[in-house]
Write a protein that binds this ligand. Structure first.
Ligand code: NCD
Length: 338
């Protein structure tokens, strides 16, 4: 078994259930001494509020403590230190590491240089598997995890929370409705894994037409910082904006989720409706990360090894897709069953 948690592809149904059951057995908001003396190393090369603080809260509530690399500007990274050297050194100080980095694949690369468990807390437009665990926890607590229609909307191309959630959902009896502008559809690498897993996935550009069928609507921010070109960002910004009026056609039981931070994709009038679950989702982050850290610090490998394919290979194919899209077919509604 692997010691590291790098991507959602490593998560089987049994793995997910083990973490979620463990989280459900923990008393939210309470502290224990289960991992007293454990030290968690926080290496954040990209901004973070929830992820960093919920990991810190989680290890402290387990009786352990965190050491934090702090802002990049205050670390040796500014002296030109490589990621490999940084994690190798921090891995010697801590019992587990949490890494966030702007480059896709950074967590996998870094994991080769550490012997303690390394947890990917977001690698560029790649994966964000611990967000997925808390997303699944929130879904399970509210509507169960099988027999669901789940809509995922916003930036499916660059959104790492989407990539991880979509893969993890293949373990469950879920139909996924992927709703985005044509230019922000899921990358081919993720689609490949969904196909391999036999996922039930349809792609849409129009939210209104599928909204009434949904049990869960997972909204994401357009990942402005990942766009190579600001003008390209502006063409898609604000395209999917949900407010209380939008939700009038939805089922009364629909839950609306968002990994946060939101910009303007969910209007604040949704916060007062019974649909809104994003703040509950964020607070589940501590409990779920407590459960995960408790297992990870337990010594044995916790998840299957990561066996994702090379990024360069997928990059070429994504670029080919983009060229094809720009060559024709623009604006077509694609609703093919995968
Ligand atoms: C997400 C992330 O960093 O990918 N945030 C988070 O971890 N809750 C989503 C985002 O930044 O849009």
């Amino acid at each position: 078994m692997g010691r590291h948690l790098l991507g959602a592809k490593q998560l089987s149904r049994a793995d997910v259930e083990r973490v979620l059951d463990h989280a459900a057995a923990l008393d939210p908001g309470s502290s224990t001494d289960r991992r007293s003396g454990a030290l968690l190393g926080l290496c954040f090369f990209e901004p973070s509020t929830r992820t960093r603080l919920s990991f810190e809260a989680a290890v402290k509530r387990l009786g352990g403590d965190a050491i934090d690399m702090g802002a990049i500007e205050a670390s040796s990274v500014t002296k030109g230190e490589t990621l490999a050297d940084t994690v190798r050194v921090l891995g010697g100080y801590a019992d587990a590491l949490v890494l966030r980095h702007p480059s896709q694949g950074a967590a996998r690369m870094a994991s080769e240089f550490v012997s303690v468990p390394l947890i990917n807390a977001g690698d560029g437009a790649g994966q964000h598997p611990t967000q997925t665990l808390l997303d699944l926890y929130t879904i399970r607590e509210n509507v169960g995890l099988d027999g669901l229609n789940i809509g995922i909307t916003g930036d499916l191309k660059y959104g790492r929370t989407v990539h991880s959630l979509s893969l993890a959902l293949t373990n469950f009896d879920v139909s996924q409705y992927l709703i985005s502008p044509e230019s922000l559809r899921l990358p081919r690498s993720v689609r490949y894994d969904l196909d391999e897993a036999g996922a039930s996935v349809t792609e849409h550009t129009d939210l209104e037409s599928v909204l009434p069928d949904l049990d869960v609507l997972y909204v994401t921010r357009i990942q402005r910082e990942r766009f190579p070109d600001e003008a390209e960002y502006r063409t898609v910004a604000g395209e999917y904006r949900i407010d209380a009026a939008t939700l009038e056609d939805a089922s009364d039981d629909l839950i609306v989720m968002h990994p946060l931070p939101r910009v303007d994709e969910i209007a604040s009038d949704v916060d007062e409706t019974s649909h809104a679950k994003y703040f509950e989702q964020a607070s589940n982050g501590v409990t779920v990360r407590m459960a995960l850290l408790d297992l990870a610090l337990g010594g044995d490998g916790i998840f299957a090894e990561d066996d994702a394919r090379s990024l360069a290979e997928w990059d070429d194919e994504d670029k080919r897709d983009e060229r094809e899209r720009n060559g024709g077919n623009q604006g077509d509604e694609r609703e093919e069953e995968r």
